[in-house]
Write a protein that binds this ligand. Structure first.
Ligand code: PMP
Length: 329
């Protein structure tokens, strides 16, 4: 990966602006728990989310392996943010992107992907066991398209490697080694497992916690050894029902299950009281960080991920009619 560009320097290209995001103190969550709770401002990446890091890591890995030739095609199944990251990196490097996305994801992400020049294939939401699921559809399109690679973010460990190499060392340096806990939710698991591996290599005593939305199976897996989902969530980009290759081997020190209502309450509070406009996965992450702070006790330094901006969800979680229709008004 390229070296991060300092704020006072001229970046050679947009890719040099991926990563090196600031940590912001979350004042309400910190005051409430007697801990220092910090959010990693991943919405500041060029594509607007934490997934720019994985997109760059996956493309650079494919280039290094000789799998991607000039003018080649990148195909991926995504809830949206990985597709946006891939489209940004692909344009900057001269590749095409074909993005397969469930039609349930926000209109803003669909429009953003089209605006970035990605070819968008929308499919109905389906269970992972169904061959029509967006991940399987994207794999088939990659197999049928000459010169294409399948990014395969769930099981391609170049994803978590990007977080081992960038996100974790940034958190360690930015907190001057004072970080004592980290938590976030899982989509592919690249962020949680990569940051866990990277931080534990610096200090094995740092507590790593899973924050799981309702409707995902990992809380029960880590709490009871059983992959079983309960409930449902309107959050996008998180909620996993299997152990992906990126999650393989991960052990956590604690696990928390967070409802949409609890995550949404933090989205609204941070928006109203701290000027932070965030997506629901960020609100769920902050709720998890507050639980971890209470679990560990006062005086801790806890970091979580602010995955993307609320502007990506104006038509959903910031739309009262949409919320009412989902029973979340
Ligand atoms: N939040 C949002 C909004 C996302 O798009 C994603 C990516 N799927 C995540 C969180 C989870 O990140 P990861 O895939 O690294 O687990």
């Amino acid at each position: 990966m390229s070296d991060p560009t300092p704020a006072d320097a001229i970046a050679p290209d947009i890719l040099a602006l991926i990563g090196n995001t600031p940590l912001v103190t979350l004042k309400g969550p910190s005051a409430e728990t007697g801990c220092t709770i910090l959010g990693k401002a991943e919405f500041r990446n060029p594509g607007g989310s934490v997934k720019d890091r994985a997109a760059l890591g996956i493309i650079e890995d494919a280039e290094a392996r000789g799998l991607l030739q000039p003018g080649g095609v990148i195909v991926e199944g995504t809830a949206g943010n990985t597709g946006i990251g891939l489209a940004v990196v692909a344009s900057a490097r001269g590749y095409r992107t074909i993005i397969v996305m469930p039609e349930t994801q926000s209109r803003e992400k669909q429009d953003t992907l089209r605006a970035l020049g990605a070819e968008l294939v929308l499919v109905p939401a389906a269970a992972y066991s169904n061959p029509a699921h967006y991940v399987h559809t994207s794999r088939r399109i990659a197999e049928e398209t000459p010169g294409a690679i399948w990014a395969n973010q769930f099981d391609n460990v170049a994803n978590r490697m990007a977080h081992i190499k960038t996100t974790a060392p940034e958190i360690w340096a930015q907190t001057q080694g004072r970080v004592t806990g980290f938590t976030c939710a899982v989509g592919t698991g690249g962020t949680l497992a990569g940051v866990a591996l990277g931080l534990r290599a610096e200090n094995p005593d740092i507590a790593i916690a899973l924050t799981d939305p309702d409707g995902a199976a990992l809380y029960n897996y880590f709490a009871h050894g059983e992959l079983r989902a309960e409930g449902s969530s309107v959050s996008e980009g998180i909620g996993q029902s299997r152990i992906t290759a990126n999650l393989d081997g991960l052990a956590v020190d604690a696990q928390f299950r967070i409802s949409d209502a609890e995550g949404l309450a933090w989205v609204r509070r941070l928006n109203a009281e701290e000027g932070l406009c965030l997506g629901l996965s960020s609100g769920i992450n902050v709720a998890g960080a507050v639980r971890l702070a209470r679990h560990m006790g006062p005086g801790q330094v806890i970091v979580t991920i602010l995955c993307d901006s609320g502007l990506r969800y104006l038509s959903t979680i910031f739309n009262p009619e949409w919320l009412a229709a989902k029973g979340l008004g």
